[in-house]
Design a protein around this ligand. Structure first.
Ligand SMILES: [Cu+2]
Length: 187
């Protein structure tokens, strides 16, 4: 009788990756494996805004080109706004995405905000709520962080904490506000 442990299964998966040529390094990292697992096209990644306090959950998403990131809003009054890594809590120049504010008394907001991932560059974002200094308190996230770069989410949050205040993009855009497809789903 042969018993497979989870580590044996992972080893087998790694072996398959080698055989397929998908991995070139001798010891693929967990992130590399996650990226391979996430390769199915058109996946929707749910991010819950305000779950567990002033944070996004999950705040670090690995997505493929063509994937959707769908933001669900819990209380209080949050937004999602795009910034650069270098200037936390401030809209990125040009076409920053912005959901607008989603005041939510209880449960989930009836609307969600979705963005489409168009390339593999890191996408940095924050909540621009100034009442309570959400961005400065660490309410920020990233899509496709470069895990070999010093530009980490923790570094972003550390820099965000030192900014005086947040700025919202001038208008809603860069994504789609639409009815929540699962408003009664518990998070
Ligand atoms: Cu917020």
């Amino acid at each position: 009788m042969v018993a497979f442990s989870s580590s044996a299964l992972i080893s087998a998966a790694v072996a398959v990756l080698y055989a397929s040529g998908a991995a070139s390094a001798p010891t693929p990292s967990t992130n590399e494996l996650a990226a391979v697992v996430a390769r199915a096209p058109g996946v929707t990644h749910t991010v819950v805004v305000g779950l567990g306090g002033l944070r996004f959950d999950p705040d670090n998403v690995v997505a493929n080109i063509g994937d959707i990131v769908e933001y669900h809003y819990l209380p209080k009054n949050h937004s999602v706004a795009q910034s650069s890594f270098g200037k936390p809590c401030v809209p990125i120049n040009g076409n920053a995405f912005f959901s607008g504010f989603m005041p939510t008394a209880e449960g989930q907001n009836p609307n969600v905000f979705t963005i489409t991932v168009n390339d593999t560059n890191p996408i940095w974002y924050y909540c621009s709520q100034t009442n309570g200094n959400h961005c400065q308190s660490g309410m920020a996230g990233v899509i496709n962080q470069n895990f070999n770069s010093p530009n980490t989410l923790s570094a972003y949050k550390a820099a965000a904490a030192l900014t005086g205040t947040s700025i919202s993009p001038p208008r809603i855009g860069g994504g789609v506000v639409k009815p929540n497809p699962n408003p009664l789903g518990g998070f």
